[in-house]
Design a protein around this ligand. Structure first.
Ligand code: SF4
Ligand code: SF4
Length: 257
């Protein structure tokens, strides 16, 4: 059994794990004494859908967002390049204002889940399952509020499903056990593909529509139209392409084969 969270540095015993039906008391609003305290000195890892939503919120390209608002992190075991949110000089998130998060509707997944952490168990026999845990930080007084939540209710209130659905293909890639094989040293080309397919949606669009991509892969006219008009679908298509390119999964069809 392989605990992926341990792989990325979070150690968790079984008793601390929550399910969708576990309950906790929590409330966060402008009147809590710690309002905004959680938006500083933190590491917020970004998913592809986070990047898409945030760069569109700011009205900038994916390249501009990556260079101005993120910093790269290389994951120890897989060597995969991830992104985290770049904080301001004072160590505070650049999106926090007096009234709270200035990009609230498009805040990243990690901020939505907080104070819940999220993990996935990989199990050879059953394939694995999701689990949750509470992040209890001393400064956070939200746990003293009376409102009781089930984890499933919290997820719904934070609109988390749409993020999980749109990131699913990417999560499958980063949780693929091949990525953690000690024999695997991803080459430079694979790492660049991973980065583009994960975060650089504008480069990926050019790759699909301005290179020989459509001569090589079979993508019917209706799907091409969808990919041109719907950026979220383009992002999910990038994850399908990555599964093919990195693991040779049958997620893409080559012309004439
Ligand atoms: S994105 Fe918003 S919620 Fe997340 S840390 Fe920054 S200000 Fe806080
Ligand atoms: S209650 Fe917790 S999540 Fe809410 S503002 Fe305070 S520290 Fe942040």
């Amino acid at each position: 059994m392989e605990n992926i969270l341990n792989k990325i540095g979070v150690n968790l015993d079984e008793e601390s794990r929550l399910t969708n039906d576990s309950t906790f008391c929590f409330g966060c609003h402008q009147d809590v004494p710690c309002f905004n305290d959680c938006c500083k000195e933190l590491d917020i890892f970004l998913t592809p859908y986070d990047v898409l939503r945030m760069k569109n919120r700011l009205g900038i390209s994916s390249a501009e967002f990556i260079s101005d608002y993120t910093e790269p992190v290389i994951h120890g075991e897989s060597k995969l390049p991830f992104l985290k949110l770049k904080l301001g000089e004072s160590g505070t998130c650049r999106f926090v204002g007096e009234d709270g998060c200035s990009i609230y509707e498009d805040r990243p997944l990690a901020c939505r889940y907080y104070p819940i952490g999220f993990g996935i168990y990989k199990n050879e026999a059953s394939g694995g399952s999701d689990f949750y845990f509470l992040i209890r930080e001393e400064h956070c007084k939200g746990f003293m509020e009376p409102q009781e939540w089930k984890v499933s209710e919290w997820r719904k209130a934070q609109d988390i499903d749409v993020y999980d659905d749109n990131n699913k293909g990417w999560m499958d890639i980063i949780l693929d056990k091949k990525m953690y094989s000690p024999d695997l040293e991803p080459d430079e080309k694979s790492l660049k593909m991973f980065f583009m397919g994960s975060y650089e949606i504008d480069s990926f669009r050019s790759f699909v529509f301005e290179s020989r991509f459509l001569e090589i892969f079979e993508v019917d006219e209706a799907e091409q139209e969808t990919l041109r008009s719907d950026e979220t679908e383009l992002m999910k298509f990038a994850h399908k392409w990555l599964q093919y390119a990195l693991f040779r999964k049958p997620t893409m069809r080559m012309r004439g084969k």
